[in-house]
Ligand binder design. Structure first.
Ligand SMILES: [Zn+2]
Length: 262
């Protein structure tokens, strides 16, 4: 919706919408983006994950609206779990237990308003939301699910998608917020990350959190050099399309018949 005066709240984006726009009718699905506040190499902003979660949620809501399904995109949670990055200045950590308390309150707030499914739209690897969903699902009729937005598109568009502030994330921000990417690529860190000294961790069957400042010199994990706004646009569009299709399916799903033989 737009007008000559420039009024243009996006469909379903709660922080932009008025009460009358949201008050009536059926809103079967809600999205809550989970971001983070942490350094992203030397060229992306602290809010990268929050910006991406918020933007993907807004685009998913618009894509669903275009298919006649109302999806409300809630405001993004700007802080994430960063317990092993606290020696990096102005990283703001919230504990998994805080995240659980917050999510419980969000779910309880949504219950009286007809929302039948809530998608946790995650944008930060340190947010391990499964344990939260496992704890909360038995106490709410709202169907809870998790989407890591960066896994919803095809990584084949990238030379090397990378992990943190790498090619994927850099391309995505170049697409959605180009004014926030440091323009001189020569100043970007190469995102080199050290491998674990443990065989089991390198093989993937053992796990321990990374002490960020021991792993990487520039805070990045993954080389951003090959990132372009075009790759970001292609990847984000594909992720949005897939997540929107998931939301449309959720909107029509019967909570008692969500598993079936193929
Ligand atoms: Zn990130």
């Amino acid at each position: 919706m737009s007008s000559p005066e420039g009024y243009a709240p996006r469909d379903g984006v709660l922080e932009e919408q008025t009460w009358p726009a949201m008050r009536d009718g059926d809103w079967p699905v809600a999205l809550v983006p989970f971001g983070a506040t942490e350094p992203h190499n030397t060229h992306l902003p602290y809010g990268t994950d929050t910006i991406m979660g918020r933007e993907v949620a807004a685009r998913v809501a618009a894509a669903c609206a275009a298919q006649g399904v109302r999806v409300v995109a809630l405001p993004a949670v700007p802080f994430g779990v960063n317990t092993t990055q606290l020696d990096l200045r102005f990283t703001i950590n919230i504990m998994p237990s805080t995240q659980l308390a917050l999510l419980r309150d969000v779910v309880k707030s949504l219950e009286p308003h007809g929302v039948r499914a809530l998608v946790l739209l995650n944008a930060h690897g340190g947010n391990e939301l499964r344990a939260l969903v496992r704890e909360l699902q038995p106490s709410t009729p709202i169907v809870l699910s998790i989407v890591n937005w960066w896994q919803a598109g095809d990584h084949g568009v990238f030379e090397s998608a990378g992990d943190h502030a790498g090619e994927l994330e850099t391309a995505a921000i170049m697409h959605v917020a180009p004014h926030l990417v440091v323009p001189d690529r020569n100043t970007w860190g190469d995102g080199h990350a050290k491998a674990s000294v443990f065989d089991g961790v390198r093989s993937g069957w053992a796990w321990m959190p990374r002490r960020w400042t021991q792993v990487t010199a520039d805070t990045g994990v993954g080389n951003p050099r090959e990132a372009t706004a075009e790759k970001g646009a292609a990847f984000v569009a594909q992720a949005v399309e897939r997540i929107a299709a998931f939301c449309v399916q959720l909107a029509g799903a019967d909570p008692n018949a969500m598993w079936a033989d193929p």
